[in-house]
Design a protein around this ligand. Structure first.
Ligand SMILES: [Zn+2]
Length: 190
């Protein structure tokens, strides 16, 4: 009986629908691998709201974008790929043929290097679809050293990548031992 309950619990966990979740907390890491804060993404009307609480940044403006792969390999974070751009637009919120889906307004760190900001990512979603931030294996949120000028290709001339965080489904359970249906039936009959 105990085995049956355990299996039932595993099945329940596996069947929870991830697309019913409408928010996701992204942990942001710098090039040294230290966590510098979080970005809370919440499904909102017309897009995704991005609430940032960060520390340890250089004071001033920094470009920030959603990038196309859920890979944050330091120290350069190049594995995150380019800006998320499922519709083939040009980069930049000031570009007439822009913007990338992943283009966010610059964020500003105060004189103490702190960020407490709320940005909006229009048209994006955490639900299913072409403009989903969780499509495939997910995406990533990347902060740049300098300010995004909003128009230069391909990335607004915002310089090196200084922080990265994964926007992905909750980690898949990979350590589950496969259940043998024969054993299961024997346990039930006892
Ligand atoms: Zn862009």
């Amino acid at each position: 009986m105990r085995v049956f309950v355990m299996i039932a619990m595993i099945l329940l966990t596996a069947c929870q629908a991830p697309d019913e979740e409408t928010s996701r907390t992204v942990e942001m890491y710098n090039t040294s691998g230290d966590m510098i804060g979080t970005a809370k993404l919440t499904e909102a009307e017309g897009g995704v709201n991005v609430k940032l609480k960060l520390e340890g940044l250089e004071p001033g403006y920094h470009g920030i974008h959603v990038h196309e792969y859920a890979r944050c390999d330091g120290p350069d974070f190049k594995t995150a790929g380019n800006h998320l751009n499922p519709t083939g637009n040009q980069h930049g919120r000031m570009h007439p043929e822009g913007a990338h889906l992943g283009d966010l307004p610059n964020l500003e760190a105060d004189s103490g290097g702190l960020v407490d900001a709320e940005l909006m990512l229009p048209e994006a979603t955490l639900l299913d679809g072409k403009k989903s931030l969780l499509k495939g294996e997910g995406t990533s949120l990347v902060i740049h050293e300098g300010q995004d000028d909003g128009i230069s290709q391909p990335g607004g001339n915002s310089g090196a990548r200084i922080a990265c965080g994964l926007i992905a489904e909750e980690e898949q359970k990979t350590s589950e031992t496969p259940t043998d249906p024969t054993n299961f039936n024997e346990e039930q009959e006892q």
